[in-house]
Design a protein around this ligand. Structure first.
Ligand SMILES: Cc1cc2nc3c(=O)[nH]c(=O)nc-3n(C[C@H](O)[C@H](O)[C@H](O)COP(=O)(O)O)c2cc1C
Length: 230
């Protein structure tokens, strides 16, 4: 299994520690683990030019320097692990900027087929509150990317992980790790993702969003009998 950890901060604090704990419990021999840190690996904000949506994602001004590498890493991964601390009730600005760059991959436009066979885990920590909204920031994108199975874990750790919270976190992380399917050929999309796909398919069939999007769906065969999952 190829595991890709996408960290929404450069700080190796409580959130990163929980992410690493999860990966240690999940990864088996032979698995690969790669890590990305934001903003180092993608320091640009989306300019909102929409050239990715209307024309081609390869025309994004950030494609050659950053997005090509990141996208290749994402597409090769079987399991995506997102981590971010809660900052003012949401993901970090740099993680939001990263997610903004994938607007063209939302199911309403041109979802990447391999997403429907991937698993993802979103992890966040707060001092007190905001984990629910922060997890939602990540799951909104992952669901609309078409990720087959999405799991989340958020916890308020106050000033950091201490002895009293460590046991609770370890139990939760163990349970999370048990949910991961190691035989990637067995990963199928949730009903929710399949339902979303069918709604988007009907829309593309009827009117389409842009010419580029409609052509993409046609070429994939998704307007006919083909589906991006097994
Ligand atoms: C700018 C900033 C904003 C924050 N906003 C919140 C917040 O809205 N709610 C909260 O409970 N904690 C908030 N925190 C605290 C962090 O979410 C918390 O300390 C988290 O565990 C830090 O994770 P880390 O150790 O991985 O960096 C904020 C911290 C910073 C620096």
């Amino acid at each position: 299994m190829n595991i890709l950890m996408i960290n929404g901060t450069m700080r190796k604090g409580s959130t990163y520690a929980i992410g690493k704990m999860f990966i240690e419990k999940t990864a088996s021999e032979g698995d690969t683990v790669k890590e990305l840190f934001l903003p180092k690996d993608m320091p640009e904000f989306c300019r909102g030019c929409a050239v990715c949506i209307r024309q081609d994602e390869k025309k994004c001004p950030d494609y050659l320097i950053y997005m090509r590498r990141l996208t290749e890493m994402i597409d090769e991964a079987d399991l995506l692990v997102f981590t971010t601390p809660v900052l003012v009730y949401h993901v970090t600005g740099q993680l939001k900027a990263f997610l903004d760059h994938y607007g063209y991959r939302w199911m309403v436009h041109r979802p990447e087929a391999s997403m429907f066979r991937k698993q993802a885990v979103c992890i966040t920590t707060a001092a007190g509150s905001g984990t629910r909204k922060t997890l939602r920031d990540m799951t909104d994108s992952l669901r609309y990317w078409g990720v087959a199975r999405i799991y989340t874990y958020g916890i308020a750790v106050g000033g950091g992980i201490d002895d009293s919270s460590r046991e609770k976190i370890e139990t939760a992380v163990n349970n999370l790790a048990l949910k991961i399917e190691h035989d990637t050929s067995k990963v199928t999309p949730s009903l929710r993702v399949k339902a979303l796909f069918h709604i988007m398919r009907i829309m593309q069939k009827k009117t389409g969003t842009t010419e580029v999007d409609k052509k993409y769906w046609e070429e994939k065969g998704w307007l006919g009998r083909e589906r991006p999952w097994r």
